[in-house]
Design a protein around this ligand. Sequence first.
Ligand code: GDP
Ligand code: MG
Length: 163
Amino acid sequence: MSFTLAIVGRPNVGKSTLFNRLVGRRLALVDDQPGVTRDLREGAAKLADLRFTVVDTAGLEDAYDDSLQGRMRRLTERAVAMADATLFVIDARAGVTANDEVFADILRKSGRPVLLAANKAEGNAGQSGLLDAFSLGLGEPLALSAEHGEGMADLAQVLRPLI
Ligand code: GDP
Ligand code: MG
């Protein structure tokens, strides 16, 4: 059985961009507009010497109504249950939002391995968001830029002992 990593986080933080980078094919849709990707997508990931299954969670993008938090909870719980570890992504440029706190709460309570990543951290724009991320209580955040491929060696380093 392949090690499975689920990528979770609120819409627009760059989950699908990271998924595509790990899978190397455009299996997950990426769009500037919330509302494009759906539900869960699986792909075969390659990262340095590591090979594993990666799951992109979507299906939240069309849920900006009063059911958003319920959908977030259900989808995240499904992803966490099927995964050996979860990568929780926030937007380093936006900092920690109220919805990020909801995810963090779900993930802390899951009792499963969680890695925290602050994406869009290329350049200096993500510095304060990266520091903010410590407040989520999920350990040290990785600084990533899924779009520019930065932080991938650090991601491999934290994943390697889990796989
Ligand atoms: P998702 O909703 O979490 O799956 O996010 P997407 O992968 O669809 O990305 C949402 C937007 O963020 C798109 O416009 C991406 O091009 C952009 N994005 C993703 N990763 C990065 C990054 O590392 N840096 C910057 N600046 N933008 C990014
Ligand atoms: Mg997506």
